[in-house]
Design a protein around this ligand. Structure first.
Ligand SMILES: [Zn+2]
Length: 893
């Protein structure tokens, strides 16, 4: 039979004749055939399959072999022996090299003919050894793909146990050698298909033998973290990422980033290569892993790596956005890299020149997803321009190109930025392990207490929260001057942009402390505020650099009001009038609380409060002094509605007063002391109305300054009586906690209120370095809960009456200020410099802590990584505990 067939296939008969005869030969397979004939046919068909001159010969070989093997399986099993397989895989066949793909195809076909035969099981150990050997020779993707197909169909041929681990590691390493010289799309697609097939084999093995996963990943890391310049691992490794179970991400990244054996250079290299993986088409989850690693590094404060990698790779990641197939993953990583890089505009400015061309292309490419993508992209760009405002020359074209796309509101931008910072608390899975020094959830910056400096801190924060004032200060061009206003501007810039949770206002303290204030001791915050505003005002008048609008300084325009005092002599009825500017109203308490609602001329004293008034509440001085806001202790007493409110005190302040007895008025016309009637009136209402409650009074009988502890109601809205009522809305309140102005503690409540944006419902509580969210109820009830904590300085913002523009509203260079003005370069540079310093400090601290932690515990040597330091103190732990983390901690081998 074999002779006939051999003669036939090489004969010159027409194909139809040949096919008919081949059919006969195949039909003969059903009949009895001798062992010898079988073997002869198998040999012949094998030769036809492997060495056939044309497709017909190879096809005949396959058909006939299949037909005979179906009816004479045992004979085929004897033909397809260990020796045969070994010969094929080690020597090849005839002129065929043992690495020829046809050999693997034949092997695969033959195994299929023997499927579910005991013969396959007998061949399995041999094949396990052979596939491991072949993989170690780093075969081409095509060969690997064929091998992967065989092993997927015949899992019993996959190496087991130790050899299984080795096989996976070698397969991973083989990935690193894959490359595709082709540039044609068809070939590229084929290459990707082959790589994918091999990765699916690995996935199958990882699922079936979970013990192989970790060593495989260690191998991946060893490869990508190698700093050997002579070998660049293939990005085909990206294909493996999608098969790593996502639930392992936290523990893997944590063990990786906290492993003391991983040198920074290796980590940098690994991270860069993972970012390169974003270029791999259909690379699922690569973005997830890259971001997890970036966050992991931020959590252990390895900022140097993050800075280096971001600056090195940001443009490359950006360029991936041009390719729709990898666009989404690239955008996720780009967004994270840009949004988290908050200490300097450097990274953003690297990609700025590429934004407009990309946007133009996206608008015109007509792809269905481009629109959605543009929306996300524009949002990112808005966030970045907000974070690094002040570069109109760089941003003008960008703004123009995205002008028709929606812009996220300021709150959203702040939220996004706050979430993304390296130092953000939401960024850390390591909280609890490491001390997080980033800003609080509020995104606001606290102020370090420099030794009883809460009087200053509380004032700075309420001035900062005076939104329009802050915006004006930030928009002043003060470059080069070394003025107090410049220092205030710098301080505001830091409060707005530093990455520190709390900023140290040391240099501001030095220049703004009144000369009579003793360093290190508690002071009156109201006195400080008045001194500060006065200094700023005087300085403004003398410096031409500052824009004095309409002859009024910024301090005057923001806080300045005018008060007229008219005194009529009750003897001769002559009137003496004068008008004076003010920046705050000092409100005395009525001599008797009960009479406050109807202040009478008889009991009104001048603005200094008389000695030992009934209102002085010394009796409540109790052990409750230690109770503070935030301590969580709520006083077990009924909330007492204050009988007195701030507007009552204003009314009392403005009420007519009879000057008599020791307060008699010297009338020039009468040329003698006379009884007189004094009337005060606000004639110009300030934009910001500062009210100071005169709580501290000198008790002449006891020779001490006492504090009036009366709870004063603070309404959200109030008005000042001028020709008509001028409405005001509450902006901030400084609370004094304690019994005298020379002791105790200050903290403040504040919120954003501006003439253009209205007012926010979000209240912040500023307590030195701590800033937290709070609400108006907390402020309203503070005194009833903590009797020694009383409102002291209040700032109200004037509200515009509709149709009546405010005469001194926030106008700069003729235009109203809305939104935060751009941060000037000089300020930005100072902040960038300090942010870098802050990151370095954090990193150093983290390193010191990590070193301490390592010296106290066991260390594992990286094996196969690039550093050659002497081995660590201990070897791998001998199954101590066997817990997941114990194993995981050896990820980097
Ligand atoms: Zn008179």
């Amino acid at each position: 039979m074999d002779k006939i067939l051999e003669a036939l296939v090489s004969s010159s008969h027409p194909l139809t004749v040949k096919r008919a005869i081949v059919k006969k030969v195949m039909e003969a397979a059903e009949k009895e055939v001798t062992e010898e004939q079988c073997q002869a046919l198998y040999h012949l068909t094998t030769r036809l399959i492997l060495l056939g001159e044309d497709a017909f010969q190879r096809q005949v070989g396959l058909q006939v072999q299949e037909a005979y093997a179906r009816y004479h399986r045992d004979e085929f099993a004897r033909f397809f022996s260990k020796e045969c397989v070994l010969g094929l895989l080690q020597q090849g066949y005839g002129s065929l090299d043992c690495r020829d793909p046809a050999i693997l195809d034949f092997l695969h076909g033959s195994l299929r003919l023997l499927i579910s035969c005991p013969a396959v099981l007998e061949l399995a150990p041999l094949l396990q050894t052979e596939v491991l050997r072949i993989i170690c020779e780093r075969p081409e993707p095509a060969t690997c793909a064929k091998l992967a197909t065989i092993l997927t169909d015949f899992p019993q041929c996959v190496p087991r146990e130790k050899a299984g681990v080795l096989f996976c590691q070698q397969l991973v390493r083989t990935f690193a050698y894959f490359h595709c010289p082709a540039t044609e799309e068809r070939e590229l697609r084929e290459y990707v298909t082959q790589v994918t097939r091999v990765s699916v084999l690995l996935q199958g093995i990882w699922k079936a033998e979970p013990a192989t996963l970790l060593p495989s990943l260690q191998e991946v890391f060893a490869i990508i973290s190698s700093t050997d310049p002579s070998f660049e691992p293939s990005i085909a490794l990206a294909c493996l990422v999608q098969h790593i179970p996502l639930q392992m991400i936290t523990v893997l990244i944590k063990s990786l980033t906290t492993d003391q054996n991983v040198k920074d250079a290796s980590m940098t290299q690994a991270l860069c290569r993972m970012i390169d993986w974003l270029s791999w088409p259909l690379a699922n989850h690569v973005d997830t892993w890259v971001i997890a690693l970036l966050k992991g590094l931020a959590a252990v404060q390895k900022f140097t790596i993050l800075i280096d990698v971001t600056l090195l790779k940001i443009e490359q990641v950006f360029n991936r956005l041009w390719y729709p197939i990898v666009r989404q993953g690239a955008l996720v990583v780009l967004s994270h890299m840009l949004l988290s890089f908050q200490h300097s505009p450097e990274a953003f400015h690297l990609v700025v020149p590429h934004i407009v061309p990309l946007v133009k292309s996206l608008k015109n490419d007509g792809l269905p997803n481009s629109k959605t993508f543009l929306l996300q992209f524009a949002e990112l760009v808005h966030c970045m321009m907000y974070q690094y405002s002040g570069f109109p020359d760089l941003y003008d074209n960008i703004l123009e190109s995205i002008k028709e796309l929606p812009k996220p509101n300021e709150e959203k931008i702040k939220f996004v930025l706050n979430q993304s910072a390296w130092t953000s608390q939401s960024n850390s899975f390591a909280s609890g392990l490491l001390k997080i020094t980033g800003k609080s959830e509020t995104g606001k910056t606290g102020l370090v207490n420099l030794g009883n400096t809460c009087y200053m801190n509380s004032i700075i924060q309420i001035l900062f929260m005076a939104t329009d004032f802050r915006r004006h200060v930030m928009s002043l061009h003060l470059n080069g001057c070394n003025t107090l206003m410049k220092k205030l501007q710098l301080l505001f810039a830091f409060l707005a942009h530093t990455q520190r949770a709390a900023y140290s206002p040391r240099s501001f303290l030095e220049v703004s402390r009144p000369p009579w204030f003793t360093a290190g001791s508690q002071q009156d915050c109201s006195e400080y505020l008045r001194f500060l505003l006065d200094r700023l005002h005087e300085e403004e008048k003398t410096l031409s650099a500052l824009q004095v609008t309409n002859g009024r300084t910024l301090v005057e325009r923001m806080f300045g009001g005018r008060l007229s005092t008219a005194i009529r002599c009750l003897q001769c009825h002559s009137l003496s009038e004068k008008e004076e500017p003010f920046t705050d109203l000092s409100l005395a308490f009525c001599p008797s609380m009960s009479k406050c609602h109807g202040p009478t001329d008889e009991h009104k004293s001048s603005s200094s409060v008389g000695p030992c008034q009934g209102a002085v509440n010394g009796g409540s001085e109790s052990s409750e002094g230690s109770v503070k806001e935030g301590a969580g202790t709520r006083m077990e007493r009924p909330v007492v509605e204050p009988t007195l409110s701030a507007p009552d005190l204003v009314d009392y302040f403005l009420a007519p007063e009879i000057l008599e007895n020791e307060n008699c008025y010297f009338c020039e016309r009468c040329a003698s002391l006379q009884r007189a009637k004094k009337v005060m009136q606000v004639v110009v209402a300030p934009e910001y109305l500062i009210l100071t409650l005169l709580r501290f009074s000198y008790d002449a009988t006891c020779h001490v300054r006492r504090k009036i502890l009366d709870n004063v109601g603070i309404p959200l809205h109030m008005s000042l009586p001028l020709r008509q009522y001028v409405p005001y809305v509450l902006s901030s309140v400084v609370v004094h906690s304690g019994m005298s102005s020379e002791s105790g503690h200050y903290y403040s409540y504040g919120r954003n209120v501006s003439s253009t944006d209205g007012y926010s419902m979000d209240w912040f509580l500023f307590n030195d370095s701590r800033v937290s969210f709070t609400n108006f109820e907390s402020l309203q009830n503070v005194t009833s809960r903590f009797p020694k904590d009383t409102a002291y300085v209040l700032i109200y913002r004037k509200q515009e009456v509709s149709g009546q523009p405010s005469n001194s509203g926030p106008v700069v260079n003729g235009s109203r200020l809305s939104g935060e003005p751009p941060l000037q370069k000089e300020l930005m540079d100072a902040i960038t410099k300090d942010n870098k310093l802050f990151l370095q400090e954090q990193e150093l601290n983290a390193r010191a802590r990590a070193l301490q932690a390592t010296s106290a515990s066991c260390s594992f040597r990286p094996n196969g990584s690039d550093d050659n330091d002497p081995p660590g103190s201990c070897g791998p732990s001998g199954g101590g505990g066997g817990g997941g983390f114990n194993t995981i901690s050896r990820l980097v081998f």
